[in-house]
Design a protein around this ligand. Structure first.
Ligand SMILES: [Mg+2]
Length: 252
């Protein structure tokens, strides 16, 4: 019998970047009575609250104690202490790494003519230190959705920036995300990092975990979990996940 159900978020628990459905929310609350529940994704803590935690209907403090949030690919871990969410650990980039990445991206964007400082809103910034990663947002955080969509719809600008960054600082990984963003991380800060810490923090073995993800094929961001030897269920979307959870709850 598994002790832990771990989940990728985007396209596994939700439609990417949106709150989970009532159906998934109900199923997760039921699962909290039987399993440790661990969402793990590259997103920030506030998005875990918006997309998952705030959608759960009247969970008891006791149930929430079985919900473990592995934020930023598990480089940050939050749990509920009965009153509030507390950060258990955080593995941020060093100041030197943040400085190097920031310089690199700025130089690459400037060389290519994609450094749009003049389009920023007051107080906004292009490069943001998100602790475990550094994020480039071409038009800043506050830009309107329409302007963001129009900036690089085919990712060509960002592909050029990434290619140049890899020449300037090949020791980091660069991932294109969102509409105007590039995330820079240190290699190995993928889901293996998070899952390895999950094993330690929850004091469980690999065999105790069942993982759900939609990108379990080689090259996908859930594949590192498969390679670790953790039992995995591949889903196409949250409907598949709901179907599987109903099956698991049905036989308890
Ligand atoms: Mg996914």
């Amino acid at each position: 019998m598994k002790k832990v159900l771990a989940f990728d978020i985007d396209q596994t628990l939700n439609v990417a970047k949106t709150p989970i459905t009532d159906d998934i929310a109900d199923l997760l609350v039921k699962c909290l009575d039987h399993f440790e529940i661990c969402p793990i994704s590259g997103q920030k803590f506030d998005q875990f609250l918006i997309q998952i935690v705030d959608r759960l209907k009247n969970p008891t403090p006791e149930q929430l104690k079985h919900l473990h949030l592995f934020v930023a690919q598990g480089t940050q871990y939050y749990r509920y202490n009965g009153e509030k969410w507390e950060q258990v650990y955080n593995y941020p980039l060093t100041d030197e790494q943040v400085a190097k990445i920031s310089q690199t991206i700025e130089q690459a964007a400037k060389e290519l003519g994609f450094w749009e400082e003049d389009k920023l809103q007051p107080g906004d910034e292009i490069i943001e230190n998100r602790l475990s990663q550094v994020t480039f947002s071409a038009l800043g955080q506050k830009a309107g959705t329409e302007a963001k969509y129009a900036w690089d719809p085919d990712c060509k600008k960002r592909e050029k920036i990434v290619a140049r960054c890899k020449e300037l600082a090949p020791e980091f990984d660069y991932e294109i995300g969102g509409t105007t963003s590039i995330n820079a991380i240190t290699p190995g800060m993928n889901k293996v990092f998070g899952m390895t810490h999950l094993l330690e923090e929850l004091n469980v073995k690999k065999e105790d975990i069942l993982y759900f993800g939609d990108m379990t094929q080689p090259g996908g961001n859930d594949y590192p979990v498969v390679k670790m030897g953790i039992d995995t269920i591949t889903v196409r979307n949250h409907e598949d996940t709901a179907y599987a959870l109903r099956g698991i709850l049905g036989v308890l």
